[in-house]
Design a protein around this ligand. Structure first.
Ligand code: IPE
Ligand code: IPE
Ligand code: MG
Length: 248
Protein backbone atom coordinates (compact mmCIF):
# COMPACT_ATOMS: atom_id res chain seq x y z
CA UNK A 1 0.00 0.00 0.00
CA UNK A 2 2.71 2.47 0.95
CA UNK A 3 4.49 1.63 -2.30
CA UNK A 4 1.38 2.53 -4.33
CA UNK A 5 0.87 5.80 -2.49
CA UNK A 6 4.47 6.75 -3.14
CA UNK A 7 3.81 6.64 -6.87
CA UNK A 8 0.72 8.83 -6.81
CA UNK A 9 1.44 12.56 -6.85
CA UNK A 10 0.39 14.86 -4.04
CA UNK A 11 -1.86 17.87 -4.41
CA UNK A 12 -0.21 21.28 -4.70
CA UNK A 13 -1.74 24.70 -5.41
CA UNK A 14 0.85 25.56 -8.06
CA UNK A 15 1.86 22.72 -10.35
CA UNK A 16 5.36 21.57 -9.43
CA UNK A 17 5.91 20.15 -12.85
CA UNK A 18 4.37 21.49 -16.07
CA UNK A 19 4.74 19.52 -19.29
CA UNK A 20 4.00 21.29 -22.57
CA UNK A 21 3.52 20.22 -26.16
CA UNK A 22 4.40 23.44 -27.95
CA UNK A 23 2.27 22.91 -31.05
CA UNK A 24 1.04 25.16 -33.83
CA UNK A 25 4.18 26.91 -35.05
CA UNK A 26 3.66 25.86 -38.65
CA UNK A 27 0.01 26.89 -38.77
CA UNK A 28 0.82 30.22 -37.12
CA UNK A 29 3.25 31.00 -39.92
CA UNK A 30 0.99 29.66 -42.65
CA UNK A 31 -1.85 31.93 -41.52
CA UNK A 32 0.54 34.83 -42.11
CA UNK A 33 1.68 33.48 -45.47
CA UNK A 34 5.16 32.97 -44.09
CA UNK A 35 7.40 29.90 -44.13
CA UNK A 36 6.87 27.45 -41.25
CA UNK A 37 10.37 28.27 -40.04
CA UNK A 38 9.24 31.75 -38.96
CA UNK A 39 6.77 30.12 -36.62
CA UNK A 40 9.47 27.89 -35.14
CA UNK A 41 11.74 30.86 -34.57
CA UNK A 42 9.05 32.76 -32.75
CA UNK A 43 8.20 29.60 -30.86
CA UNK A 44 11.66 29.58 -29.32
CA UNK A 45 11.18 33.17 -28.13
CA UNK A 46 7.88 32.18 -26.53
CA UNK A 47 9.62 29.30 -24.79
CA UNK A 48 12.15 31.71 -23.28
CA UNK A 49 9.27 33.84 -21.95
CA UNK A 50 7.43 30.85 -20.54
CA UNK A 51 10.47 29.65 -18.61
CA UNK A 52 10.44 32.98 -16.83
CA UNK A 53 6.66 32.98 -16.31
CA UNK A 54 6.68 29.46 -14.86
CA UNK A 55 9.65 30.22 -12.69
CA UNK A 56 8.00 33.34 -11.28
CA UNK A 57 4.81 31.40 -10.61
CA UNK A 58 6.74 28.92 -8.48
CA UNK A 59 6.86 25.98 -10.90
CA UNK A 60 9.94 23.83 -10.23
CA UNK A 61 10.04 21.80 -13.45
CA UNK A 62 9.04 22.80 -16.96
CA UNK A 63 9.36 20.06 -19.57
CA UNK A 64 8.73 20.90 -23.20
CA UNK A 65 8.36 18.71 -26.25
CA UNK A 66 10.63 20.24 -28.87
CA UNK A 67 11.14 17.37 -31.29
CA UNK A 68 9.51 13.96 -31.27
CA UNK A 69 10.94 10.68 -32.53
CA UNK A 70 8.32 11.00 -35.28
CA UNK A 71 9.37 14.53 -36.30
CA UNK A 72 12.32 13.11 -38.28
CA UNK A 73 9.67 12.33 -40.87
CA UNK A 74 9.30 16.02 -41.73
CA UNK A 75 10.90 17.52 -44.85
CA UNK A 76 14.70 17.58 -44.57
CA UNK A 77 14.76 21.36 -44.82
CA UNK A 78 12.48 21.77 -41.82
CA UNK A 79 14.36 19.17 -39.77
CA UNK A 80 17.62 20.94 -40.46
CA UNK A 81 16.14 24.34 -39.52
CA UNK A 82 14.88 22.88 -36.24
CA UNK A 83 18.34 21.45 -35.53
CA UNK A 84 19.78 24.92 -36.12
CA UNK A 85 17.31 26.43 -33.66
CA UNK A 86 18.18 23.75 -31.14
CA UNK A 87 21.81 24.87 -31.41
CA UNK A 88 20.79 28.51 -30.89
CA UNK A 89 18.96 27.47 -27.73
CA UNK A 90 21.87 25.38 -26.45
CA UNK A 91 24.66 27.80 -27.29
CA UNK A 92 23.10 31.28 -27.06
CA UNK A 93 19.82 31.30 -25.17
CA UNK A 94 21.38 29.20 -22.45
CA UNK A 95 23.66 32.09 -21.45
CA UNK A 96 20.77 34.28 -20.32
CA UNK A 97 18.96 31.34 -18.78
CA UNK A 98 22.06 30.47 -16.81
CA UNK A 99 22.15 34.01 -15.41
CA UNK A 100 18.57 33.50 -14.30
CA UNK A 101 19.42 30.33 -12.42
CA UNK A 102 17.74 27.94 -14.86
CA UNK A 103 18.95 24.35 -14.86
CA UNK A 104 18.77 23.01 -18.39
CA UNK A 105 18.44 19.36 -19.28
CA UNK A 106 17.77 17.45 -22.46
CA UNK A 107 16.02 14.10 -22.65
CA UNK A 108 15.76 11.84 -25.65
CA UNK A 109 17.90 9.66 -27.85
CA UNK A 110 20.94 11.88 -28.41
CA UNK A 111 22.68 9.49 -30.77
CA UNK A 112 20.93 10.74 -33.88
CA UNK A 113 21.98 14.36 -33.38
CA UNK A 114 25.09 15.83 -34.97
CA UNK A 115 28.29 15.71 -32.91
CA UNK A 116 28.05 19.50 -32.51
CA UNK A 117 24.57 19.29 -31.02
CA UNK A 118 25.59 16.40 -28.78
CA UNK A 119 28.53 18.39 -27.46
CA UNK A 120 26.41 21.50 -26.97
CA UNK A 121 23.93 19.49 -24.93
CA UNK A 122 26.72 18.30 -22.64
CA UNK A 123 28.10 21.84 -22.32
CA UNK A 124 24.73 23.45 -21.63
CA UNK A 125 23.88 20.85 -19.02
CA UNK A 126 27.24 21.25 -17.34
CA UNK A 127 27.06 25.03 -17.38
CA UNK A 128 23.70 25.04 -15.62
CA UNK A 129 24.01 21.87 -13.53
CA UNK A 130 24.39 23.62 -10.19
CA UNK A 131 21.72 26.24 -10.70
CA UNK A 132 18.92 26.14 -8.19
CA UNK A 133 16.10 27.78 -10.17
CA UNK A 134 13.54 26.13 -12.40
CA UNK A 135 14.61 22.99 -14.25
CA UNK A 136 13.87 23.33 -17.95
CA UNK A 137 13.90 19.97 -19.67
CA UNK A 138 13.87 19.91 -23.44
CA UNK A 139 12.55 16.67 -24.90
CA UNK A 140 14.27 16.19 -28.23
CA UNK A 141 14.23 13.02 -30.30
CA UNK A 142 12.08 11.91 -27.43
CA UNK A 143 9.15 9.51 -27.40
CA UNK A 144 7.21 8.23 -24.41
CA UNK A 145 7.39 4.65 -25.68
CA UNK A 146 11.10 4.98 -26.35
CA UNK A 147 11.57 6.17 -22.75
CA UNK A 148 9.76 3.17 -21.29
CA UNK A 149 11.72 0.77 -23.52
CA UNK A 150 15.08 2.30 -22.62
CA UNK A 151 14.12 2.01 -18.95
CA UNK A 152 13.24 -1.67 -19.42
CA UNK A 153 16.52 -2.27 -21.24
CA UNK A 154 18.46 -0.61 -18.44
CA UNK A 155 16.81 -3.02 -15.99
CA UNK A 156 17.62 -6.01 -18.21
CA UNK A 157 21.25 -4.83 -18.34
CA UNK A 158 21.27 -4.94 -14.54
CA UNK A 159 20.16 -8.56 -14.73
CA UNK A 160 16.64 -8.04 -13.37
CA UNK A 161 14.27 -10.86 -14.23
CA UNK A 162 11.18 -9.39 -12.59
CA UNK A 163 10.35 -5.72 -12.30
CA UNK A 164 7.78 -3.49 -10.64
CA UNK A 165 6.44 0.01 -11.31
CA UNK A 166 9.02 1.68 -9.11
CA UNK A 167 11.83 0.01 -11.07
CA UNK A 168 10.54 1.48 -14.34
CA UNK A 169 9.92 4.90 -12.78
CA UNK A 170 13.49 5.04 -11.52
CA UNK A 171 14.97 4.37 -14.95
CA UNK A 172 12.92 6.85 -16.92
CA UNK A 173 14.73 9.90 -18.29
CA UNK A 174 13.07 12.20 -15.76
CA UNK A 175 13.29 9.84 -12.83
CA UNK A 176 14.42 12.55 -10.44
CA UNK A 177 11.54 14.94 -11.17
CA UNK A 178 8.04 14.70 -9.75
CA UNK A 179 5.49 13.53 -12.31
CA UNK A 180 3.85 16.35 -14.31
CA UNK A 181 0.88 17.86 -12.47
CA UNK A 182 -0.25 19.87 -15.46
CA UNK A 183 -0.02 18.94 -19.13
CA UNK A 184 -0.62 21.72 -21.64
CA UNK A 185 -1.00 21.29 -25.38
CA UNK A 186 -1.37 24.36 -27.54
CA UNK A 187 -2.43 24.39 -31.18
CA UNK A 188 -5.86 22.79 -30.88
CA UNK A 189 -5.01 19.08 -31.14
CA UNK A 190 -6.26 16.99 -28.24
CA UNK A 191 -3.74 14.18 -28.29
CA UNK A 192 -0.62 13.20 -26.40
CA UNK A 193 1.54 12.42 -29.49
CA UNK A 194 3.79 9.98 -27.61
CA UNK A 195 4.94 12.50 -24.99
CA UNK A 196 5.62 11.38 -21.39
CA UNK A 197 3.25 8.43 -21.42
CA UNK A 198 4.24 6.80 -18.15
CA UNK A 199 4.48 9.93 -16.02
CA UNK A 200 1.24 11.42 -17.33
CA UNK A 201 -0.86 8.85 -15.45
CA UNK A 202 -2.29 11.49 -13.09
CA UNK A 203 -1.55 14.73 -14.92
CA UNK A 204 -4.32 17.28 -15.41
CA UNK A 205 -4.78 17.93 -19.13
CA UNK A 206 -5.24 21.43 -20.52
CA UNK A 207 -5.83 21.95 -24.22
CA UNK A 208 -6.03 25.30 -25.93
CA UNK A 209 -6.56 26.37 -29.53
CA UNK A 210 -4.01 29.14 -29.09
CA UNK A 211 -1.05 28.46 -31.37
CA UNK A 212 2.28 28.23 -29.54
CA UNK A 213 3.74 31.43 -31.08
CA UNK A 214 0.71 33.31 -29.68
CA UNK A 215 0.95 31.73 -26.23
CA UNK A 216 1.90 34.24 -23.53
CA UNK A 217 1.90 34.88 -19.80
CA UNK A 218 -1.86 35.47 -19.72
CA UNK A 219 -2.48 32.15 -21.46
CA UNK A 220 -0.15 30.36 -19.08
CA UNK A 221 -2.00 31.84 -16.14
CA UNK A 222 -5.30 30.66 -17.64
CA UNK A 223 -3.85 27.16 -17.63
CA UNK A 224 -2.78 27.55 -13.98
CA UNK A 225 -6.24 28.86 -13.07
CA UNK A 226 -7.84 25.88 -14.75
CA UNK A 227 -5.47 23.59 -12.88
CA UNK A 228 -6.49 25.17 -9.57
CA UNK A 229 -10.14 24.44 -10.32
CA UNK A 230 -9.49 20.74 -10.74
CA UNK A 231 -10.30 18.37 -7.94
CA UNK A 232 -7.43 15.92 -7.96
CA UNK A 233 -8.79 12.85 -6.24
CA UNK A 234 -6.13 10.30 -7.14
CA UNK A 235 -8.70 7.55 -6.82
CA UNK A 236 -10.33 8.77 -3.64
CA UNK A 237 -13.80 10.27 -3.22
CA UNK A 238 -14.33 14.00 -2.96
CA UNK A 239 -15.36 13.65 0.70
CA UNK A 240 -12.05 12.02 1.57
CA UNK A 241 -10.08 15.07 0.52
CA UNK A 242 -9.07 17.86 2.91
CA UNK A 243 -11.65 20.67 2.73
CA UNK A 244 -9.27 23.07 0.96
CA UNK A 245 -8.84 20.59 -1.88
CA UNK A 246 -12.55 19.95 -2.48
CA UNK A 247 -13.90 21.74 -5.53
CA UNK A 248 -17.52 20.62 -5.64
C1 IPE B 1 5.34 22.36 -33.12
O1 IPE B 1 4.75 23.05 -34.16
C2 IPE B 1 6.83 22.34 -33.21
C3 IPE B 1 7.41 21.06 -33.62
C4 IPE B 1 6.77 19.94 -33.81
C5 IPE B 1 8.84 21.04 -33.82
P1 IPE B 1 4.40 22.34 -35.52
O2 IPE B 1 5.56 22.45 -36.43
O3 IPE B 1 3.91 20.96 -35.29
O4 IPE B 1 3.21 23.27 -36.04
P2 IPE B 1 1.89 22.80 -36.74
O5 IPE B 1 1.24 21.78 -35.88
O6 IPE B 1 2.27 22.24 -38.08
O7 IPE B 1 1.08 24.05 -36.85
C1 IPE C 1 4.17 16.95 -31.16
O1 IPE C 1 3.73 17.80 -32.16
C2 IPE C 1 5.63 17.10 -30.92
C3 IPE C 1 6.13 18.45 -30.68
C4 IPE C 1 5.46 19.53 -30.41
C5 IPE C 1 7.54 18.54 -30.72
P1 IPE C 1 3.41 17.28 -33.62
O2 IPE C 1 2.83 18.43 -34.35
O3 IPE C 1 4.60 16.64 -34.21
O4 IPE C 1 2.31 16.16 -33.34
P2 IPE C 1 1.22 15.50 -34.30
O5 IPE C 1 1.96 14.99 -35.49
O6 IPE C 1 0.25 16.56 -34.67
O7 IPE C 1 0.60 14.43 -33.47
MG1 MG D 1 2.08 20.15 -34.97
Amino acid sequence: MSHIAANIPEYTQVPRHVAVIMDGNGRWAKKRLMPRMVGHKRGLDVLEDMVRVCSEAGVSYLTVFAFSTENWRRPAEEVSFLMGLFLVALQKKVIEMNKNGVRLRVIGDRSRFSPEIQQSIVDAEQLTAHNTGITLTIAADYGGRWDIVQAANALIAEGKTEINEADISQKLMLADAPEPDLFIRTGGETRISNFMLWQMAYAEFYFTDVLWPDFDAAEMHKAFASFQQRERRFGRTSEQLPAEQQRA
